[in-house]
Write a new protein. Structure first.
Length: 170
């Protein structure tokens, strides 16, 4: 007890320094923490979209555009990319992702992929002959920030096109 009294008498101006230092570091630490949370959410959403696009293109790669039910398979693949199931039921895998964001291009239809033509998917030359390709693309997806304080005044981030291409049967 005697030592504490002596210490407080020697350094009377040191009282409350820890509280002041904490207050000075609180705002930068909050900015860093909230920024990490937002960045982590963005990476997670992007990864979710990449995986869903791969699943959708995998479904279509096993189908031929010449099959009678191919149009229905395209709809199922779009639902799979958005909802994780072929019935378009439940909550979207990524908030704000809709079926209208999903574009499918193959050897019979490439109108949804404005920068590509049917020749980019039909009879593509390889070292072993020619193959047909199918592509599923997510375009126009807006990632919405949580609006955490101190982080940014930007409310959303536009992800670039996320796409997957596979060899298609038939």
């Amino acid at each position: 007890m005697m030592q504490m009294r002596l210490l407080s008498q020697r350094h009377p101006r040191q009282r409350g320094v820890a509280a002041v230092e904490f207050a000075m570091l609180l705002v930068p630490m909050l900015i860093l923490g909230f920024g990490i949370v937002e960045y982590g959410r963005a990476v997670y959403q992007y990864n979710t979209i990449v995986k869903s696009v791969r699943s959708a293109v995998r479904v279509l790669s096993q189908q031929s555009p010449d099959d009678s039910g191919y149009a229905a398979r395209i709809g199922e693949a779009k639902c799979l990319a958005v909802f994780g199931n072929v019935t378009c039921s439940g909550k979207a895998l990524a908030s704000g992702l809709t079926v209208s964001n999903i574009k499918v291009c193959d050897r019979v239809g490439s109108s949804e992929c404005g920068d590509l033509t049917q020749n980019d998917f039909k009879n593509v030359a390889t070292g072993q002959g020619t193959i047909n390709l199918v592509m599923v693309r997510v375009s126009g997806y807006q990632f919405a920030f949580l609006g955490l304080p101190f982080v940014s005044t930007v409310t959303s981030l536009n992800f670039g096109p996320v796409q997957a291409v596979m060899r298609q049967r038939g």
